[in-house]
Each structure stands twice: as C-alpha cells, then as structure tokens.
Design a protein around this ligand. Structure first.
Ligand SMILES: [Fe+2]
Length: 193
C-alpha cells in the first residue's frame, strides 16, 4: 500500500512506461518488416484501455485533477493540457484497435498500427514527465493529510469499479510480461522527451 495517493500514481506510471517501451519496440519491429504480433498488440490495447484509461486516467480525471483545481489556481492550465493529452492518447489506441484485425491483409493497417503505437508511447512519455514535474509535487504541497486520505479512498472506489485488486494485479503482471518479451534490437527505447 502506498503512503500517498501521488506515490500510487507514480508507481502506475512506471508500469505504463514499461508498456510504452514495449509498444516502441513492437512498432520498430513492424517498421523493420516483421509481421504484426496480433496477440501482443491486442494485450497492449487491453492494458491501455482497461488499466491506463479506466483505472489510472480515471483516478486523475475524476479525483485528483478536480480536487487540485479546487485547491490551486496554478493547476488549472496544466490540468486542461493533461486532459487534452488523455483524449489524444485514447484516439491513438482506438486507431490501433480498429486497424488490428486487417493487418495481415492490408499494408495500410500495418502502418496505422506501428505509427499509432509510436505516437501513443511518445505522448505517454511526455505526459507522464509533465505530471511528475508539475502536478504531483503541487498536489503534495497543497493537500492536507485528510485530503490525501479522501483522494486515496476515491482511488480504491475506482479500482473496485474496474473489478478490484485481482484485475489490478493481473495488469501489473501483464505490463512486466510485455516489457520482458518485447522484440529485441529493433529499436532503442526512446528516452523521455
Ligand atoms: Fe498519470
């Protein structure tokens, strides 16, 4: 259990970045001519939609960001940008998901999958860097102990909506598995922007 809800988000960022690295490796392999590994890419889409989006981003959009915007005007503009990043990321994942069924027969869909895996991974790196540089330290500065507890309680509620701790643990394992089994040598993982 994490001491502060912001630490919980940082731990989730580490998992999300593991999958971002695996996505970049996968995109590199596709660009180099490998067939699209539909099972792996479907697992990445599953992680992005059900862990990153329905769990992590909901904690931010429904709980942390509004609470922070209430407490600090300095949060208003960064929150607007970060929510807009979330939308761009969801669109990229939807494009991967839609293109996946035809990748073996349509060269354009191969390109769509590789390009959007790359776009999404790069977006996540920049987005997470912004959150960790600006928003999370601000939250730690302005929230009292009681407010942090309330935020943490709301985080638990969101996890329960997503089928609880069992699912949470399953996605942690999936992130590590995707990182461990990423195609090697196709491309160096990108560094944070
Ligand atoms: Fe985040």
């Amino acid at each position: 259990m994490h001491e502060r809800p912001t630490d919980e988000l940082r731990c989730e960022h580490e998992l999300i970045l593991l999958v971002a690295g695996a996505m970049e490796q996968e995109a590199g392999a596709i660009d180099a001519g490998s067939p699209v590994n539909r099972v792996r890419v479907a697992q990445m889409v599953d992680f992005a939609q059900n862990f990153t989006d329905r769990c992590h981003l909901r904690k931010e959009e429904e709980v942390l960001f509004p609470a922070l915007a209430d407490r600090s005007r300095a949060a208003t503009e960064p929150v607007r940008t970060l929510v807009s990043d979330h939308r761009v990321g969801r669109d990229a994942v939807t494009r991967v998901d839609r293109a996946l069924s035809d990748v073996d027969v349509d060269e354009r869909d191969r390109t769509v999958v590789a390009a959007n895996l790359d776009v999404y991974a790069l977006l996540l790196r920049r987005h997470i860097a912004k959150e960790e540089r600006i928003l999370l330290p601000l939250a730690e500065l302005v929230f009292s102990g009681m407010e942090q507890e309330l935020v943490a309680r709301e985080f638990r509620r969101i996890e329960e909506l997503g089928a609880g701790r069992g699912e949470y643990d399953r996605y942690q394992a999936l992130a590590r598995q995707l990182a461990r089994t990423a195609p090697a040598g196709s491309r160096d993982p990108r560094m944070a922007a």
